[in-house]
Design a protein around this ligand. Structure first.
Ligand SMILES: Nc1ncnc2c1ncn2[C@@H]1O[C@H](COP(=O)(O)OP(=O)(O)OP(=O)(O)O)[C@@H](O)[C@H]1O
Ligand SMILES: [Mg+2]
Length: 265
């Protein structure tokens, strides 16, 4: 199922709903500390010839450490803008942001991720800025590639990888740098079904094997919610709902039915 064609008018918007999330606790993780927090974030794109676009309106969110959360909503609702603010790529016009460091933003297009000729050199690339012994570099690269299921691909040319494998190499690069927060913008858009599942399972595995890593994953695909510990739903620049996966899934399905009924009436 895909949310990209959905659009809703302002009268459908409801106040944000905040709820606690038992699912990660069930997986045995602590939900005590916060990895990502945004309070009353506003952001507008300024345009020279047209009106400014207010992309975010008073957005608030809070994601506990060690959890895998998803951010959903129709095209243009502000998901990428919010993610870029959390990544520090954009500055909000008002509001406050806290994201644990180090953090990494992984882009949608797999061909924009990889810079080095081989898998291991690409994963090690970001480590160049830290002064590490060669053994430590090798160990971090190996552990990171294991976490994303690419341990056997260490010496492969990146040009021979599928799109999903390139995304996993990018995620391994972030893990090798000991990133605590992964911000992932629609990684599965350009991928076939096998690659989509490979990437999402790789992220889930990273979180299941490390208490330290938190991920926020932007998607249009409702079926991907099965891998999440919690979710956020946005419309028209606002966080409309924020909470457990079952409630968010039910809420989005009700929205979709209402939309279909509206266009059929
Ligand atoms: N560089 C820009 N200049 C002006 N407006 C922009 C710019 N980038 C995004 N916008 C506008 O800001 C709003 C939010 O865009 P954003 O890309 O965050 O949405 P999105 O939810 O990620 O959409 P999609 O699902 O299509 O990726 C949209 O109205 C969009 O047209
Ligand atoms: Mg986007």
């Amino acid at each position: 199922m895909n949310l990209s064609s959905l659009s809703f008018t302002a009268q459908h918007l409801v106040a944000p709903i905040y709820s606690t999330l038992p699912s990660a606790a069930i997986r045995g993780k602590s939900a005590d500390s916060v990895a990502i927090e945004g309070c009353n974030l506003n952001f507008s794109f300024t345009a020279r010839q047209t009106k400014d676009v207010q992309a975010l309106r008073d957005c608030s969110l809070r994601i506990p450490s060690g959890q895998f959360w998803m951010l959903l909503g129709p095209n243009g609702c502000g998901k990428s803008t919010l993610l870029k603010i959390l990544a520090g790529l954009l500055t909000p016009s008002s509001g406050t942001v806290y994201v644990k460091e180090p953090k990494s933003f992984v882009f949608q297009n797999p061909d924009h991720q990889v810079v080095m000729p081989t898998v291991d050199s690409d994963v090690a690339f970001g480590l160049g800025k830290i002064n590490l012994a060669n053994d430590e570099v090798r160990s971090r690269v190996s552990q990171a590639l294991h976490a994303v299921g690419l341990a056997d691909y260490m010496k492969r040319s990146v040009q021979t990888l599928s799109g999903g494998q390139k995304q996993r190499v990018a995620i391994a690069g972030a893990l090798a740098e000991a990133c605590k927060v992964l911000l992932l913008d629609e990684l599965t858009t350009f991928l076939d079904e096998t690659d989509q599942v490979g990437v999402i399972k790789a992220v889930r595995n990273c979180l299941d094997t490390s208490e330290e890593v938190t991920a926020l994953w932007v998607t249009h695909r409702l079926e991907e919610l099965e891998y999440a510990d919690g979710a956020i739903y946005m419309e028209d620049g606002k966080v409309v709902m924020h909470g457990d996966v079952t409630s968010i899934r039910r809420f989005i399905k009700a929205r979709q039915s209402a939309y279909i009924n509206q266009i059929n009436s």
